[in-house]
Design a protein around this ligand. Sequence first.
Ligand code: PLP
Length: 425
Amino acid sequence: EKPEVTAEEAKWITNETVNSFKEYVNPGFLEYRKTVTLDTQFAAVEWSDEGACFKDVNGNQYIDCLGGFGIYNVGHRHPKVVKAVEHQLQRQALHSQDLLDPLRAMLAKILAEITPGDLKYSFFTNSGTESVEAALKLAKMHSNRTTFIAATRAFHGKSLGSLSGTAKGMFRKPFLPLVPGFRHVPFGDIDMMRKTFEICALVGEDVAAVLLEPIQGEGGIILPPEGYLQEVRVLCDEYDALLILDEVQTGMGRTGKMFAAELYGVVPDILCLAKAFGGGIMPAGAVVAKEKVFKNFFDNPFMHTTTFGGNPLACAAAIATISVLLEEDLPARAAEVGDYFLARLKEAVKGHEDKVLEIRGKGLMIGIEFQNDAIGYNFAKGMFDEGVLVAGTLVNSKTIRIEPPLTIAVEEVNQVVATVEKVLS
Ligand code: PLP
């Protein structure tokens, strides 16, 4: 039974709750909440199951092109994922002992099989941030080095370690100095990457690892130039550094392959997962690494631990999610529908060069870059008023992301394109 929420009650959820929060909520936060969500007087009450739409309290239907910031690859509540979690809930919800439940081992085995190359062992986490943290620690332990190379416009999370890789000044400044040893180079510039390796070696600061998103998400959906990731891989090998690919957003089929690494024929030493990994039902993440890297965690089993990471509910959700992605061939669907979507959008923005700078993407990870933030914001608002949910990205706010569930119907894609045409004209 879905709970019924009337328009009157939804208003209470938005306005009255905030009023009652006023007594104990920091006013800055309150202002933020007000501008971001509460002024919209909006509450989604009915989400599709494996689909890409939802309804508000007044029964208006929307197409979800935000996808929970990249978590709804298999839809909002895929019945198989829900069932797996419900079933596990009847048995055991949480515990933190590998030996008591086979699910963690089963999930690790599945990941060893579906990830590219010789990625073999997994450590489970509760979020993308934690996956990146674990990856950084694995790299430090493996190499005994402290220098990391990350990219401008990167987003890897906001804990102190992951924020050290994230490249937006506004997020970093209040917390400086962050973890020492991080250098940022322009994403896609292989010469700068090479030079940075050379300089680091010259000054005796050998590189532990390069940390990259294969396709930058929050930076504004930025694709790597041809050959870039392969060349980075070669450089890492040359300097005996590790390659960490943060696939928190690109993983689980979104870009047209199960992992974006496969698009570029690159095998990282460590792969970070989260977001859609839990099927939009459970928070879940993982780092999957090669044996030589993971060995340090085996040798020092208490060096990096987590109580809830890899809990039975999260594992049940992740296993079911992977099986849905495979059974329904959703990565291939993302490739096919994504190509169609991108082509149609490129057509739709023709003649609007005064507003739109570029459209780019891979699979169902698409970005529309506008001439400036204000135009992007007005576009997102206009789309929402016309029944399509889209949003900006965190690092480059003039790019609007389109990351719907991979199950989005072609008719819905057509509807989104028609709405883009309407809102731009
Ligand atoms: N890495 C990437 C590439 C991301 O896009 C994000 C979140 O947007 C993160 C890491 C952080 O993940 P989380 O918000 O689950 O901690």
